[in-house]
Design a binder for this molecule. Structure first.
Ligand code: SF4
Length: 453
């Protein structure tokens, strides 16, 4: 989400007469879009603010976003000229311009802004097609969260749930596809809450139905989902829509019911497993064993009071699900959250060891998941050409978000970034599948070869 918003900020500045340079270059204004999701994120935010000040002590340092939207004790001691909270992000350019005009700290030729507010951030994508189009674009469809999980600072810094209108999202998607993007990833702070504030029922499903009708769009991927969103009907509709990637990132956090209650996560491990079964069944009913959706998740280790036994329950549960990938996070105390006041905080050494164990389990499961594709044919959108161990490869991602590498020598016909190929998988290498281009051109669900492929 922060990357998306940072792109949008760059675009606003660029469109209003500023030259956007790399963060390490000498600049008149530095904008640090901060994060506070963990203590490490806080630390990185402080570091970037100080780094910008060191690069040019005369520059205007603007700190925006989550870290500066919370009550950080040391915020006043940081070299910040202007704080822009999350609620003010839409007015960032206006606030920066006002700061500059009211202070003498910047004597540069700054063109006055043509807009004073950004209702919705849209990222800095090229407005005309380029010879090598980027392949995957993100669209923010929702912001804020009302869930208040005990460990999470996000509802305090991002505010109440709010959704963008379907019409606006579809218009943005069409624009992105028109400039060459083939895949759209829908993101939100709590994507599963999309439409709740607009009293729209089945809002996400209806958005997906309309979006996947857009000509030229090859696939839509969903960002992180909450288990409560998944129903048998949702699973069936996802499986039936060939443009929706069979890749679902469903937040788990813990596989132990007691821990989940303390976390204020409103489901049990059993509920979660039911959702997993619904998704797998829906795909199996349509595609048999040929399509095995990728299930990925986030797990938090060391939540206050997490005993060895509770952690083992999580480990066993993760193994039983057989995730395609897991992201492991260590709990970190966020002042103001319910968990910060809890007792029995887990030591750093124990958290580290639990992280190591889950990482190792995650790697094993990911390799097992990838192995399912050996001997099968996959579709991949090519993204970049790289030299690995002295050999040139084209790398791309499958619908399940597995990286596929096809050696240049194995590719038939001309390819470039954005080309869609089908590849026979001959094995795996590190974290990637190794493929052989089978010479066939990918046909979309209507049987047509998409333009430009
Ligand atoms: S659902 Fe929970 S973890 Fe996710 S943003 Fe909301 S409060 Fe945080």
């Amino acid at each position: 989400m922060n990357s998306y918003e940072t792109d949008a900020m760059s675009r606003e500045f660029a469109e209003n007469g500023f030259t956007v340079v790399s963060f390490d270059a000498l600049a008149d204004i530095y904008v640090i879009n901060t994060c506070t999701v963990t203590a490490v994120a806080d630390q990185k935010s402080r570091k970037m603010i100080r780094r910008a000040h060191r690069t040019n002590p005369a520059a205007v340092i603007v700190a925006a976003g989550c870290f500066v939207s919370t009550k950080q004790d040391d915020k006043d001691r940081l070299p910040i000229n202007l704080i822009v909270t999350n609620e003010q992000k839409g007015e960032l350019l206006f606030l920066v311009m006002r700061y500059i005009s009211e202070s003498d700290s910047c004597e540069k030729d700054i063109v006055p802004p043509q807009t004073s507010a950004v209702e919705n951030f849209t990222p800095d994508y090229p407005l005309t097609p380029t010879p090598s189009p980027r392949t995957r674009a993100y669209i923010k469809i929702q912001d804020g969260c009302n869930q208040y999980c005990a460990y999470c600072i996000v509802p305090f810094v991002r505010g109440q749930e709010r959704s963008r209108s379907k019409a606006e999202i579809i218009a943005e998607a069409k624009e992105l596809i028109a400039v060459g993007f083939r895949e759209i990833v829908l993101i939100g702070i709590n994507l599963s809450a999309y439409g709740r504030d607009l009293s729209m029922s089945e809002a996400l499903l209806s958005l997906l139905d309309e979006m996947t009708k857009i000509k030229g769009l090859l696939r839509v991927r969903l960002g992180s989902l909450e288990p409560g969103l998944i129903t048998a009907d949702f699973a069936r509709r996802m499986a039936a829509n060939e443009k929706v990637c069979p890749h679902f990132h469903i937040s788990l956090q813990s596989g132990c019911d007691e821990t989940l209650v303390r976390m204020n996560r409103h489901y049990t491990a059993g509920d979660y497993m039911e959702k997993v079964a619904m998704l797998r069944l829906a795909y199996e009913e349509i595609y048999g064993n040929d399509c095995y959706p990728a299930l990925t998740t986030d797990i938090m280790v060391g939540f206050p009071g997490e005993t060895d036994d509770e952690f083992r329950q999580t480990e066993d549960f993760v193994r039983a699900v057989g995730f395609a990938e897991i992201h492991v996070f260590q709990y970190s105390r966020r002042p103001g959250t319910a968990a910060a006041k809890m007792e029995s905080h887990v030591t750093a050494t124990v958290k580290k060891e639990r992280t190591r164990r889950l990482h190792s389990l995650g790697e094993t499961m990911a390799a097992e998941y990838r192995h399912r594709f050996v001997g099968r044919t996959v579709k991949a959108i090519l993204e970049e050409r790289k030299t690995i161990a002295g050999m040139a490869y084209w790398l791309g991602y499958t619908d399940e978000y597995i990286r596929v590498a096809v050696a240049d020598t194995e590719l038939l016909g001309e390819v470039s970034q954005g080309t869609v190929i089908t590849a026979s998988i001959i094995g795996q290498f590190g974290g990637e599948l190794l493929g052989k281009n089978d010479g066939k051109r990918y046909r979309d669900v209507m049987g047509a070869i998409p333009a430009g492929i």
